[in-house]
Design a protein around this ligand. Structure first.
Ligand code: CMC
Length: 392
């Protein structure tokens, strides 16, 4: 009622209260449930951090063991769901495959759809955490025409995912512990980021009391866009294009500054961080640690470093407070791990999943939640009379 305040892009509109993630964009601070991201990245694991986000506290050993073993018992996909992967075109992007399969979980696991039944929400939570890595690995295997591998539940979540992605049925797969550790850490860095585009989508869809699978599937689709999670793929494509086209970093930065249509420095800028993205600092440290071991594409790495250097000393970027974000260096690490460019955003989705779940559960548990329903300022015609076909 009354005057409608316009805020396109929600630059300054809070949609909810939340006790999950704290960001101070000017100071470059990110905390999950009060714990600094730097400490979690250094000392926690992705599963422990997932528990923290979803249940609010760090687990005791007994709680973590129970959580881990419960998840490991739900990693298999229904055999009929497995057949979905045959129906997509071979060259399908794995992100829509992922969102479709997650959407389909609503049909296979109908005993987890009631948002107000605590046991069902718990079951849906565990199923999603357990099955998303399997779905992601299947999407990848399918795209390269290799056989799908069943999960091996003697392995941890990340190790299992790496094996299902890079292993073969008849061969033992040696998980590289450095690679597993680096991926685990990257997943922690992506695990939540308060009311970003995909999380707000999850909440908005869930605010209609849509089930958790449906809400997360919508979040995956939101994440796919190149201004959000799709930026990690876009960064690598940008670097590869620069390499092929030549012309160097300066020429590219000039095109960005001239605002040529569609030319942006991907992996730079953030709606909230106006100083630095603390995740980017951690990713860069990981990149420095693991790229040498994993065998990086040195040419692309050099291009990225030069690009960062030029941008950080250029007035255009300084005055607009544009800094590297989390997506700037992750792609180079994923590439060195052996993932094709198209899988990068899928890895982001694997990381963001516990955040989506935690945010959805927080919203559903809050009795004051109302359906999300933004208003608009109408700019169309005032009333006019219908005209017959002959007069149009
Ligand atoms: N390259 C060149 N110019 C940029 C960039 C960029 N990456 N980002 C912002 N600008 C300019 C923009 O043109 C505008 O200039 P002017 O004031 O002259 O019109 C000014 O900076 C403000 O930008 P904005 O688009 O109004 O800022 P926003 O808060 O709406 O957008 C953003 C934030 C992240 C969408 C944007 O910075 C962007 O498109 N970055 C590239 C894509 C990217 O890396 N996304 C990943 C974000 S972090 C992880 C995630 O969410 O997935």
């Amino acid at each position: 009622t009354g005057v409608i305040t316009l805020d396109p892009g929600f630059m300054n509109t809070g949609s909810t209260t939340s006790a999950i993630t704290y960001i101070d964009g000017d100071a470059g601070i990110l905390r999950y449930r009060g714990y600094p991201i730097e400490q979690l990245a250094k000392s926690s694991t992705f599963l422990e951090t997932s528990y923290l986000l979803i249940y609010g506290e760090l687990p005791t050993q007994t709680e973590l063991d129970a959580f881990t073993s419960r998840i490991s018992r739900h990693t298999l996909l229904h055999e009929d769901l497995k057949r979905f992967f045959d129906g997509f075109p071979r060259d399908a992007h794995p992100m829509p495959v992922l969102s479709s399969a997650v959407s389909a979980l609503s049909t296979f696991y109908q005993d987890g759809l009631d948002p107000f039944n605590t046991e069902q929400v718990e079951l849906a939570t565990v199923r999603l955490l357990a099955k998303l890595p399997t779905i992601a690995a299947y999407a990848y295997k399918k795209s390269i025409g290799q056989p799908l591998l069943y999960p091996d539940n003697s392995l941890g979540l990340v190790e299992n995912f790496l094996r299902m992605s890079f292993g073969f049925p008849a061969e033992p797969y040696e998980v590289d512990p450095k690679m597993a550790k680096a991926l685990d850490q990257l997943l922690i860095l992506h695990a939540d980021h308060e009311q970003n585009c995909s999380t707000s989508t999850v909440r908005l869809v869930g605010s209609s009391h849509a089930n958790l699978f449906a809400s997360v599937s919508a979040g995956i689709n939101a994440l796919f866009g190149p201004l959000h999670g799709g930026a990690n793929q876009a960064v690598l494509e940008m670097l590869e294009k620069m390499r092929v086209e030549g012309g160097g970093v300066d020429a590219f930065v000039k095109r960005v500054k001239n605002k040529e249509p569609g030319v942006k420095l991907m992996g730079f800028g953030h709606r909230v961080y106006k100083n630095y993205d603390p995740r980017a600092a951690l990713v860069k440290a990981t990149a420095d640690e693991v790229l040498a071991d994993l065998g990086a594409d040195d040419e692309l790495l050099q291009l990225a470093k030069q690009l960062e250097e030029v941008a950080l000393s250029d007035e255009y970027f300084i005055s607009r407070k544009l800094y590297p974000n989390v997506d700037f260096y992750t792609g180079l690490i994923y590439k060195a791990m052996g993932f094709p460019t198209r899988m990068f955003t899928v890895l982001f989705a694997l990381g963001r999943l516990p955040g989506w779940i935690a945010q959805w559960r927080e919203m559903i548990a809050d009795p004051t939640t109302k359906i999300g329903r933004p208003r608009q300022v109408y700019t169309g015609y005032a009333e006019r009379d219908w005209t017959g076909m002959a007069e149009r």
